[in-house]
Design a protein around this ligand. Sequence first.
Ligand SMILES: [Zn+2]
Length: 243
Amino acid sequence: MRLFDTHCHFERAHADEISSIVERARKVGVEKILAVGGSVALNEAALVARDKVGLLAAVGYDRDQINEKLPKIGEEKLSAWGEIGLDYYYSPDTKDKQKELFAMGLEEAKARDLPVVVHTRMADEDTLSILKEIPSRGIIHCFTGSVGFSKKLLDLGFYISYSGIVTFRAADNVRESASVVPDDRILIETDSPFLAPVPMRGKVNEPSFIEHTCRFLAELRGKTAEDFAELTFTNAEKVLCSK
Ligand SMILES: [Zn+2]
């Protein structure tokens, strides 16, 4: 079984620490990992993960950076741009600034011909209207929205990625969309170090735990874990490794 964790963060740019996390993941079949940025510190760690440990990297500025000084990113050899996006659950008071930064990120990705990694929470309408305004390709990560929202994102060409949240007891709404997204558009991720899946809840999440989310979703979708791992791996390669 080969697995692709399409979304993890490293909070510290320490090559040794990242290497040991990645080694544990390799042992359970995780062959590829996208290290995702979003702030100056996360971007730096993602680039160390790429340059010193051989992972794929995405950099960008997420919604929490609206009041930060954002240095221009001159990087090449990126696999994606992100994460970027809108979160009206945690920050409903800064919608306009979030929208502005999200649009800038999409333009930046477009100029570099990169897929984007999009975070969206409680912001369905604005996410859709900005994605229509600035046509983009890529991943909607850690999806927790409705079936209707997932269909609109699929219509725009996006891949939908599920984290360990789908294994949580109270997440019936997440399982609803996770059971109907087509086989050729679904992805899995850890979003580590957050959101460890059942049965690892309460632990610090890491890419090796993707196995649990894979097995859970395979069962939900009536597939073997091997088949589901393979199809999500192939999908991830299509969106992240096509250049
Ligand atoms: Zn993330």
